[in-house]
Design a binder for this molecule. Structure first.
Ligand code: FES
Length: 128
């Protein structure tokens, strides 16, 4: 079997799928080679990620990776979300085929971009 049961499960039943209207941070990343795009939304209260959702226009591994990533950062402090690696996401999925590892990189980058957007917006809001 090329894909683990967990990959298939998260691909077929993605967690936290969909757009978030009142997101505090939005990160959008893409892979130029395969053309896949991932969008990550986070809601933050007192520097804790209280809610997270995603939209992925991409392959099954990318959908599974983003789904898993949302579960891994939900309820965590934003600084901790920044430490999420694509390796950790792939491991949580019980592995990805070597040529599909780049799909988990998108998840890491999307989380990071969403947190960065949150910081940027917060910085602006704090300006007098
Ligand atoms: Fe590019 Fe999966 S094939 S993200």
């Amino acid at each position: 079997m090329l894909y683990s049961e967990k990959v298939m499960d998260h691909f077929q039943h993605p967690r936290n799928l969909g757009k978030m209207e009142d997101a505090d941070g939005i990160g959008e990343v893409g892979n130029a080679k395969c053309g896949d795009i991932m969008k990550m939304y986070i809601k933050v209260e007192n520097d804790i990620i209280t809610d997270v959702s995603f939209n992925t226009f991409g392959c099954g591994s990318a959908i599974a990776s983003s789904s898993m990533a949302t579960e891994m950062i939900k309820g965590k402090p934003v600084e901790e979300a920044l430490e999420l690696t694509n390796k950790a996401v792939a491991e949580a999925l019980d592995g990805l085929p070597a040529h599909k590892m780049h799909c988990s990189v998108l998840a890491e980058e999307a989380v990071r971009a969403a947190v960065q957007d949150y910081y940027d917006k917060k910085g602006m809001a704090n300006e007098p």
